[in-house]
Design a binder for this molecule. Sequence first.
Ligand code: 2NL
Length: 346
Amino acid sequence: MEERIQSLMHEVKSYLARDKKDLDAFRMKYISKKGVIGELFEELRQVSADQKKNVGKVLNQLKQTAEAKLAELSEKVELGPAASSLEIDLTLPPIPNEIGNMHPLNLTRYRIIEIFERLGFNVADGPEIEDDWHNFSALNFPENHPAREMQDTFFIEKKGNADNKQDVVLRTHTSNVQIRMMENQKPPLRAIMPGRVYRNEAISARAHCFFHQVEGLYVDKNVGFADLKQTLYHFAKEMYGQDIKIRFRPSYFPFTEPSAEIDVTCLICKGKGCNVCKYSGWVEIAGSGMVHPNVLKKCNIDPEEFTGFAFGMGIERITMLRYQINDLRIFSENDVRFLKQFQPII
Ligand code: 2NL
């Protein structure tokens, strides 16, 4: 009999009641006169005198436990789900927020996209493994241009044909996406092309064998150099602040004519001169120019009818200026002590 009482004790203690029905079931089973505890009290009469005292004691304990449990369960059921919140320990330390943050290069990329999207530019993407045509030939690179050579380009396949047409390379710029867009769509075209590019350069604080670029293209009737200038001026002010000054220096690219490099006043020394701007007060942020008529022709766009401008900038470079980082190798080292410092500012 004692064993039965112990097992009932266990049952009573672990009883769960979700609603009034469970509560009534508990009452019927254990508390009511015809319940199991009542029956045990009946049986107690037949227990021999020497055991009666002991068994009576544990049976009384069971009765008390069941009554206390009933009171506890009624309170919980009456209070409803709010009761469970009473069991939350508010003094426990919070569960740490394990959500990571964006890589600084992506923060910059999204900021650039945001600025150009508001000017009506789409965002386009294309392959990183590219044929010679889309990476070089369509961009008016001469056959013997040094960029095609082994020291600058990673070749996937080099067949050695005179016209290089069979070559497959890791793209050296995202211009391949512009070429594909001009081949497949009719002007007006207005898009930026962010992406990873590859060059066979010795790794240093300023250069890596892969980096990230955003190039831009705008082709329509009557697009002129003034449009190029004002677009990039607007970009520089949005990116670096309204007080920034911008200057255009004549330059050369095979795919643009005329071409210009774009400098902004040094963000570190505000133009006074420091080691970042090599004491000139200016830092280069992008290359640009009017799309060469040969490039338009190669993409079946009539240069008599349409003109366009294009530009390209390195995301690493802009990020270094933005956060005052002096070595671009740190971007690809995956050091969380560096990466976790960048909270979104977009
Ligand atoms: C730089 C210079 C530039 C372009 C990229 C371009 C693309 C096509 C046609 C004409 Cl399809 N131009 N892209 C133009 C000028 C400069 O990048 O220093 N990039 C980091």
